[in-house]
Design a protein around this ligand. Structure first.
Ligand SMILES: Cc1ncc(COP(=O)(O)O)c(C=O)c1O
Ligand SMILES: N[C@@H](CCCC[NH3+])C(=O)O
Length: 424
């Protein structure tokens, strides 16, 4: 059964009516389905059965502690990109030895902390970072486990803002440079070269780019072996897309099977442990943003439904012109359907969540902005001093608060009025 579905015209999350959640917790509120998150992760884990595979959940997609906890209990590893995300994994009970640390700009402090707690691997993205990591590890008297993130120059066919595997992107080490940088890594005294890493982009809806990147990775693995550098793992990144509108991404199992088939054709393909860093495909369709219509407003040109969620809550539409389906929470009352622009209260013309949607809605109605589990709350801000919404996790007929709604006073709690010397 779909996690979000209608029963007698009422939209439910599992067995809980979204209208009841709005009543209990207010709006805007993010609602996640535990079963949907668990089954997405389990589909990856099931497809990997019989192989040495670690699916590392990319925290950046949604870093709520309850979600980390849920995935940690199912055996997930974690892909992090900051010291903050590292602390979240630990606070949620995740295991340091299952963390891979990605990102182009790791600070010394972040490196120290990650070495102290013993992360699984650093995905290093530049020569300077490699040298710094060696130095930081040496000062601590430790060895740093490393992979180099290589940039395979593969077009993943995604929105230009989220492609990462092209030569022009800031990510990774150019494919042609990789052998030289690996030699450097192998020569530095405080590093252990463990693997190779590659992540080509996000919301990828076909299998081909993953296989093209894997081929480039395997070519490198062979050149490295010839140079006497033997790797233990391949980290193939994340990036599998989901259905927002009419996309038809491969299933999680189909992607993993295609990858394993390709690996099996390589003479040493079975020797490597395989890591993945999936984010969106685990949580994206497991969450919605629940919002209430404040006002309807029609001018000569457009119909606007002004809702209580905005671009500060879900910025994907304004940032990428991303499509999110919009569903009425109560689909029973027939009203004349018009084409509505669903917009928020923020003072920006770019503040919209959906445009030109045929919806039958009235003031006070509840709407669900669908497929909002990934890069929703995680990318939200407090622009216009808007407290961010609550987060609720549903399991069966239970709904629990997993993040309280912010209060306005929280938002300026760390600010100061003019201190004395400047007050005059
Ligand atoms: C290094 C890295 N790993 C994993 C991910 C997760 O990607 P996705 O949510 O598309 O699976 C990202 C984001 O694109 C990333 O930058
Ligand atoms: N934040 C983006 C994806 C970027 C993925 C992070 N590398 C989105 O909402 O689609």
């Amino acid at each position: 059964m779909e996690a979000f579905h209608y029963r007698q015209h009422r939209l439910l999350a599992e067995d809980v009516a979204l209208a009841d959640i709005a009543e209990r917790f207010g709006t805007p509120t993010w609602v996640y389905s535990k079963a949907a998150i668990a089954s997405a992760f389990d589909e990856f884990a099931g497809a990997a059965a019989g192989r040495r595979v670690l699916v590392c959940y990319a925290l950046k997609a949604n870093s709520n502690l309850a979600i980390i906890d849920l995935l940690a209990r199912r055996g997930a590893g974690f892909d992090i990109v900051s010291g903050g995300e590292l602390e979240r994994v630990l606070a949620a009970g995740g295991d340091a030895s299952r963390i891979v640390f990605s990102g182009v700009g790791k600070s010394r402090t972040e490196m120290q902390r990650a070495l102290e707690i013993g992360v699984r691997c650093f995905n290093v993205e530049s020569e300077s970072e490699l040298r710094r990591l060696d130095e930081v590890a040496g000062a601590l008297g430790r060895r740093a486990p490393v992979s180099l993130r290589v940039n395979p120059d593969v077009d993943a066919g995604t929105h230009p803002y989220i492609s990462t595997g092209l030569r022009e992107n800031k990510f990774g080490i150019a494919h042609e440079e990789a052998l030289r940088v690996y030699r450097l890594a192998a020569s530095l005294p405080n590093l252990d070269v463990l693997g190779i890493d590659c992540h080509i982009g996000s919301q990828i809806t076909t299998i081909e780019p993953f296989l093209a990147a894997l081929d480039k990775v395997l070519e490198l693995v062979d050149s490295l072996a010839a140079a006497g550098i033997a790797l233990k793992h391949l980290d193939l990144g994340g990036g599998l897309g989901i259905r927002y509108d009419d996309e038809t991404p491969p299933s999680r199992a189909a992607l993993l099977q295609a990858v394993f088939e390709r690996l099996d054709r390589h003479p040493r393909g079975r020797e490597f442990e395989v890591l993945f860093e999936f984010g969106r495909s685990i949580v994206g369709n497991a969450g919605v943003l629940l919002t209430r219509v404040e006002y309807l407003k029609t001018n000569a040109d457009r119909h606007f439904a002004i809702v209580d969620a905005a671009m500060n809550d879900l910025m994907r539409p304004s940032l990428y012109e991303a499509w999110h389906d919009v569903l009425p929470v109560d689909a029973s009352a027939p009203r004349e359907a018009a084409a509505w622009d669903v917009v928020g209260p923020v003072c920006e013309s770019g503040d919209w969540l959906a445009r030109g949607r045929r919806l039958a809605i009235g003031e006070g109605d509840l709407l669900a902005i669908m497929s909002a589990g990934a890069y929703g709350m995680a990318m939200s801000s407090n622009y216009n001093t808007r407290p961010r919404g609550a987060e609720v996790l549903v399991s069966g007929d239970k709904a629990v608060l997993v993040r309280e709604r912010e209060r306005v006073e929280d938002l300026f709690a760390h600010e100061r009025r003019l201190p004395d010397p400047l007050a005059g």
